[in-house]
Design a protein around this ligand. Structure first.
Ligand code: HEC
Ligand code: HEC
Ligand code: HEC
Ligand code: HEC
Length: 406
C-alpha cells in the first residue's frame, strides 16, 4: 500500500490482546510489532484491559505504540486513561484518529480504577475538538461491535471513516453509512482493510471506499519481521511446555480416586486397533490420524489454544497432558468420536452412533466454516462408500497454515 499510495495512515481497531493468561506476553509483543510497522494509533478494548490497567500502561510505555481511548477515564484523577486521540499529517491532509470502547463490558482488574463514559457524548466532543486542532479527516476506531458502531456514526456528524472491531463479521467490501465509510475487519487478525478517501483541495474527505485483503500464505512475511516473530514464538512455546509439565504432574495425581482406584482414562487407538483391525487401518488413512503432525509442522504443538482439537482428551483426567503423551494420545482418534475407552461397554448401547454435535465440537465456525455433517461423514466412515462426493474447499485451512494462529 505504501508503494502504491503516498498518503498512508495505518491504524488498529483494538481487541488484539490474547485471551489466556499463558499468552499474555503476546500483548506487548504485538504492540512492539505494530509500532515497527508504523501504526500510528491502536484502540483500547476490554481485551487490552484483561491483564490490568497497569500492565497495559507499561506495555504502551515499553513499546512506544500509541493507544487512543476517548471515553475511558481514571476514576481517581478524572483524567483520560490514555490519549483520547492523535492527529497525524499525511500529505496534504491531517488525520484525526480517536478510539471508543463499550460501557457494557467488564473492565477486568481495572473495574475499580477505571470508568467508561457514554460513547456518543465522547464522540461528539472529540470530533469538534480534533477539527478545531486542524484535523481534516476523522477516523473512529471502535470496540463497540457492529450495531452500536453503526448507530453511532448515524447519530454523530463528521466521522469520515469507522474501523469496527469486537465480534464483527468480515465484509469483503465496506459500507457507506450516511457520510462514513465503514470497514468490517472480521476476527483473528486475518485481514487488513484498505480505506481510500478522495480529498478536496483543503484535504477534506469527499467520498471513500473500503475493501479487505486476506493475509494468507501468498502475502509473504518480511524476513526481518518473521525472525522477530519466530524468536518470540519459540520462547513462548518453551514456556508453555514447562507449564504443560507442571499441569501434567497435577493431573497424574487426580487420575486416581482417593482410594487409589484407577478412574476412567483414554487408552489410545493402538489398544482399540488390537481388536478392531479394519476400523484402525481405515482410520490411519484419514486426516484425523495426522492432526498432531499438522500442529508440529506449524510449531503449535504446545499452544493450548490449538492442541485441544488435535489430540485425545486434552487436559482431562487420563487424557493428553503434554507432548510426552503424543505417541499414544496425539491426533484425533477413536475415543474423540466414540468416548473414553474404559467405558467400552457403553459403546454397544449407543450402537456406535456418533452424532453431529461430536464433530461440531472441533469442526466449528472458525476451523471448518464449510462443514456439513452429511457431506463430511462418509469421508470418515470405516467402510468408505463408493462414489463419495468431494468436500468443498475450506478457506480456514490456508489461514490456519499461513497466519500461524486463529
Ligand atoms: C479386546 C478387544 C476390544 C478392544 C481392545 C476394543 N474393542 Fe470395541 N468391541 C469389541 C467387541 C467384541 C465389541 C462388540 C462386538 C462387535 O460389535 O464387534 C466391540 C464393540 C465396539 C463398538 C460398538 C459397535 C456396535 O455398533 O455395537 C465400538 C464403537 C467399539 N467397539 C469401539 C472401540 C474403541 C474406540 C476401542 C478403543 C478405545 C475399542 N473398541 C476397544 C472388542 C474390543
Ligand atoms: C477432536 C476434534 C475433532 C472431532 C471430534 C472431529 N474432527 Fe474431523 N478433523 C479434526 C481435525 C483437527 C482435522 C484436520 C486434521 C489435519 O489435517 O491435520 C479434521 C479433519 C476432518 C476431515 C478431513 C477434511 C478435509 O478437508 O480433508 C473430515 C472429512 C472430518 N474431519 C470429518 C469429521 C466428522 C464427520 C466428525 C464427526 C463424526 C469429525 N470429523 C470429528 C478434528 C476433529
Ligand atoms: C475448535 C477446534 C480446533 C482448534 C482450537 C484448532 N483446530 Fe486446527 N483444525 C480443526 C479442524 C476441525 C480442522 C479441519 C478443518 C476441515 O478440513 O474441515 C483443522 C485443520 C487445521 C489445519 C489444516 C490441516 C490441513 O488439512 O491442511 C491446520 C494447519 C490447523 N488446523 C492448525 C491449527 C492451529 C495452528 C491451531 C491453533 C492456532 C488450531 N489448528 C486450532 C480444529 C481445530
Ligand atoms: C471421526 C469420528 C470417528 C473416529 C475418529 C473413529 N470412528 Fe469409529 N465410527 C464412527 C462413525 C460415524 C461410525 C458409524 C456409526 C454411526 O452411524 O455414527 C463408527 C463406527 C464404528 C464401529 C462400528 C462398526 C463399524 O465399522 O461401523 C466400530 C467398531 C468403530 N467405529 C471403531 C473405531 C475405532 C477402533 C476407531 C479408531 C481406530 C474409530 N472407530 C475411530 C466415527 C469415528
Amino acid at each position: 500500500m505504501r508503494a502504491e499510495h503516498d498518503q498512508v495512515v495505518l491504524v488498529d481497531a483494538g481487541g488484539f490482546f490474547p485471551e489466556s493468561e499463558t499468552q499474555r506476553d503476546a500483548g506487548p509483543f504485538l504492540m512492539k510489532s505494530m509500532k515497527e510497522l508504523g501504526t500510528v494509533a491502536a484502540n483500547v478494548g476490554d481485551k487490552e484491559l484483561a491483564f490490568g490497567y497497569a500492565f497495559l500502561r507499561q506495555s504502551v510505555r515499553e513499546s512506544g505504540m500509541p493507544v487512543v481511548s476517548a471515553n475511558l477515564y481514571e476514576k481517581k484523577t478524572g483524567k483520560f486513561a490514555f490519549a483520547p486521540y492523535v492527529i497525524v499529517p499525511a500529505g496534504r491532509t491531517r488525520v484525526g484518529v480517536f478510539g471508543l470502547m463499550s460501557g457494557k463490558v467488564d473492565l477486568g482488574p481495572g473495574r475499580d480504577s477505571l470508568r467508561v463514559v457514554d460513547p456518543e457524548i465522547a464522540a461528539t466532543a472529540m470530533v469538534a475538538e480534533m477539527k478545531k486542532k486542524g484535523a481534516t479527516a476523522i477516523v473512529l476506531l471502535s470496540q463497540l461491535g457492529k450495531v452500536e458502531s453503526e448507530d453511532l456514526v448515524t447519530a454523530v456528524e463528521g466521522i469520515d471513516v469507522l474501523v469496527t472491531g469486537r465480534n464483527v463479521p468480515m465484509l469483503q467490501r465496506g459500507r457507506v453509512i450516511k457520510n462514513t465509510v465503514v470497514c468490517y475487519g472480521g476476527e483473528q487478525g486475518w485481514y487488513v482493510g484498505r480505506t481510500s478517501l478522495a480529498l478536496d483541495a483543503a484535504g477534506r474527505s469527499i467520498s471513500g471506499e473500503n475493501d479487505m485483503i486476506m493475509l494468507g500464505p501468498e502475502v509473504e512475511a518480511k524476513p526481518a519481521v518473521f525472525e522477530v516473530v519466530k524468536a518470540f514464538e519459540d520462547a513462548l512455546n518453551d514456556r508453555l511446555r514447562r507449564l504443560e509439565k507442571e499441569r501434567a504432574a497435577a493431573a497424574a495425581l487426580t487420575a486416581e480416586t482417593s482410594d487409589g482406584e484407577a478412574v476412567d482414562h483414554f487408552v489410545g487407538a493402538g489398544v482399540c486397533g488390537r481388536c478392531h483391525k479394519a476400523e484402525y487401518q481405515q482410520w490411519l488413512t484419514t486426516p484425523h490420524a495426522c492432526a498432531w503432525q499438522t500442529l508440529v509442522d506449524q510449531k503449535k504443538e504446545a499452544t493450548p489454544e490449538c492442541v485441544r482439537c488435535h489430540v485425545v482428551g486434552y487436559q482431562k483426567p487420563g487424557g493428553f497432558q503434554t507432548a510426552d503423551d503424543a505417541a499414544r494420545l496425539g491426533n484425533v482418534q477413536c475415543e474423540n468420536c466414540h468416548g473414553v475407552g474404559t467405558q467400552h461397554e457403553a459403546y454397544a448401547e449407543r450402537k456406535a452412533a456418533v452424532p453431529e454435535p461430536v464433530c461440531r465440537g472441533c469442526h466449528d465456525g472458525t476451523t471448518s466454516p464449510v462443514f456439513q455433517f452429511a457431506l463430511y461423514r462418509p469421508h470418515i466412515l470405516h467402510q468408505v462408500p463408493a462414489n463419495m462426493p468431494a468436500l468443498p474447499p475450506n478457506p480456514a485451512k490456508a489461514k490456519m497454515k499461513g497466519a500461524g494462529s486463529h
